[in-house]
Every structure is written in structure tokens, then in C-alpha cells.
Design a protein around this ligand. Structure first.
Ligand code: ADP
Ligand code: MG
Length: 345
């Protein structure tokens, strides 16, 4: 993370006064979005995600704090300077925001004509972009004829028209079905890979973060409650809300109800092993079982891979005499995080 960030939020707050009462939509948000990365912001509805995102192109202005994009404080720009800064920032919307009276070609050409490109340059650029998003054959259609996924691909082509440094995306896939969501996420990944565009995306869907993001910030009540690599968030979420988000997509740990049912059948000592970064190839379960003469019975669990690293939880029943089981647990603690989840019946 040595390169200068493309976007920095510095102590950004935004308050609204509704019916005489002040309300903080954003409270002291500080974040840096590294160049070339895909940075996700996740949170429940009302967390302040859209408000924060819209400060990047000054659709919203902070009540206090600064938003710096490419070294310029956009939150202070006005007029022509703001217009020029906005051209460096592409935006993708949940509801696509296409011009229904224009064709696909016309929608993608629109920002180029506004930028003063010649007719020939515009045609070349639009053709290149439609090829990139796989819609060359739809150039003359109107948006009403397109599927949701196709509309969003037009939205992405339009957002890329002026060769932005950063693409901001507000719930770009939230109106799409899972299959189409996958296609749009693949396209966003290509935008990042092939064009080197930094992407700042807002979503309430953890799957989108898992599929696409390098780094992530979790927002709640207008504040950033946790931020870090996507691996760290999924492998070891700290804030209760982050844990809730992670458990919405990963089911590595048994629910209390499932544990109760497991206990009815498995009456030995049950422990949960949290495993991370097991790159050493140490077959620790069988090794420890052999050393201490205990048996392991896996009763629940899951291992996932993210950013080429493994993590997960295994809930195991240990079978053997008390002294051996205690020794095995002590040995497990050297390698993994062990949580005793039930005493034997
Ligand atoms: P999110 O995108 O995470 O769902 P938003 O940024 O849209 O959240 O909204 C954050 C909070 O700010 C919400 O409670 C919302 O009602 C409030 N809010 C957003 N815009 C305005 C506005 N123009 N006037 C008053 N309240 C607003
Ligand atoms: Mg929103």
C-alpha cells in the first residue's frame, strides 16, 4: 500500500436537519482507497454508504472533513474545475440511469460528446467500449429492449467513456438476479484488471464483497466500524455487525439449535477449531490424535478460500480418556484457536 491513494476520505461528516432535528448521515469517516484496487463498502440500508460514495464526485458535500480524489480536494471544487474532476470519476447506479430516448450507442456517446470529442473519435471509442462490454450487436437498440444485465453493461460502458481513474458503483448488481450479478461482477473485475481502473463499490451484499473486493470497510450508523483486507474480514471479523454479515454467507459455525441437536448424538468433549493460513501442510488433526491416543469426530464445519488463503472452523468431538483429551486440547491450542462449545454429557 505504498502508492498514494486514489480517494481519501478525511474525517468526513454529513448532517441533515429534518424537521428541525439534526441527524448525522456520516460521522467522522476516514478511509483511503489504494490505487488499482477494488474497495468495497458494505452495510445495511441507511448505514450512509450512498451518501459517502456521492461525496467522491461531489453529488453530496460533507458538512465537515475533506474528500480528496487524485490529489484534489473535490469537496472544495466548483464550476469548471468540478466538471473536469468529475470526468475522471465514472459512476454506475443500481437503477442504471440510462437515457430511454437514446440508443445504446447514444447513451455511451453522450458523455463523450459533452467532453467535446469529435464525431469520429466518439464512434471509435463507443465501438471499443461496446465491444469490451459485449454489446456491439445492441448498439442501435433502445434501453427498454435490454435485460437488466445488458442495461448495467451499458451503464458501465458509459461510466468508462472518459477513461476515468476511478469507478464508483452504488449497488450496481442489487437489481439483478444471481446469474446476471455474476456476469456484471466479472465485467467489473475486467474493468479493474484490463483498464487498471480503481473501483469503489457500495453494496449490502456480502457475496459481492467476497467475489470482487480486495479491501473492505463495514459501515453502520454513518460510521466505519471495521476496515481491512477482505480475507481478514471474512476470516476474523471483529465487530458484531461484521460477524453478522460474514455469517450471512459463510456457514462454518453451527447455530445454537444445530449444536443442541449435535450434542444429543455426540456426547464427548466438543470443541470448535478456528483455522487460518494453514500453509505448512501440517496434518495437525491426525498428528495430535496419534500423539495423545484420542479420536476426532468432525461434527460440523467449513473451510473457505479467499485471496489464495484458507480459513474456516471445524467443530469436532474428541473421544478418549479425560487426561488424553485435555492434553490433545492443549496441543491443539498451539496450532489453532480452540473454543470449547459443549461439555460432555
Ligand atoms: P445507505 O446507502 O447505506 O442505505 P444512505 O447514505 O442512503 O444509506 O442514507 C444514510 C442516512 O441518511 C439514511 O438514514 C437516510 O435516510 C439519510 N439521508 C440521506 N440523504 C438524506 C437527505 N437528503 N435528507 C435527509 N436525510 C438523508
Ligand atoms: Mg444506498
Amino acid at each position: 500500500m505504498t502508492a498514494a491513494p486514489v480517494v481519501s476520505f478525511e474525517h468526513v461528516s454529513k448532517s441533515y436537519t429534518v424537521q428541525g432535528r439534526r441527524f448525522d448521515a456520516l460521522h467522522d469517516v476516514s478511509l483511503e482507497v489504494p490505487r488499482g484496487q477494488i474497495f468495497g463498502i458494505v452495510g445495511y440500508s441507511g448505514a450512509g454508504k450512498s451518501t459517502l460514495l456521492r461525496t467522491v464526485n461531489a453529488l453530496e458535500r460533507p458538512t465537515s472533513g475533506r474528500v480528496v480524489v487524485d490529489g484534489r480536494e473535490v469537496s472544495a471544487l466548483r464550476g469548471k474545475e468540478l466538471y473536469a474532476a468529475r470526468r475522471r470519476i465514472g459512476m454506475v447506479f443500481q437503477q442504471f440511469n440510462l437515457l430511454s430516448s437514446r440508443t445504446v450507442f447514444g447513451n455511451v456517446a453522450y458523455p463523450l460528446r459533452l467532453s467535446g470529442l469529435s464525431r469520429d473519435e466518439t464512434v471509435d471509442r463507443v465501438e471499443e467500449l461496446l465491444d469490451f462490454v459485449g454489446l456491439s450487436d445492441k448498439a442501435l437498440e433502445h434501453p427498454a429492449k435490454l435485460s437488466g444485465g445488458q442495461k448495467q453493461r451499458v451503464g458501465i460502458a458509459r461510466a468508462l467513456a472518459n477513461r476515468p481513474d476511478v469507478l464508483i458503483s452504488d449497488e450496481a448488481t442489487s437489481a439483478l438476479d444471481p446469474q446476471t450479478t455474476g456476469e456484471v461482477l466479472d465485467l467489473l473485475r475486467r474493468v479493474n484488471d484490463e483498464y487498471g481502473v480503481t473501483i469503489l463499490l457500495v453494496t449490502h451484499e456480502m457475496d459481492v464483497i467476497r467475489e470482487l473486493a480486495d479491501r473492505v470497510a463495514v459501515m453502520q450508523g454513518g460510521e466505519v466500524i471495521e476496515t481491512g483486507s477482505v480475507y481478514d474480514l471474512f476470516a476474523d471479523p471483529r465487530h458484531p455487525t461484521s460477524k453478522r454479515f460474514v455469517s450471512s454467507v459463510l456457514h462454518h459455525q453451527a447455530t445454537p439449535g444445530a449444536l443442541d441437536r449435535i450434542r444429543e448424538v455426540h456426547t464427548g468433549r466438543i470443541v470448535r477449531l478456528h483455522v487460518e493460513d494453514r500453509e505448512s501442510n501440517d496434518p495437525f488433526l491426525s498428528r495430535i490424535a496419534r500423539t495423545h491416543g484420542v479420536d476426532f469426530n468432525v461434527v460440523y464445519g467449513g473451510i473457505s478460500e479467499l485471496q489464495s488463503r484458507l480459513f474456516g472452523d471445524l467443530t469436532v468431538e474428541l473421544l478418549g480418556d479425560d487426561v488424553s483429551v485435555d492434553a490433545a486440547i492443549a496441543d491443539l491450542r498451539l496450532t489453532t484457536t480452540v473454543t470449547e462449545v459443549a461439555a460432555g454429557a
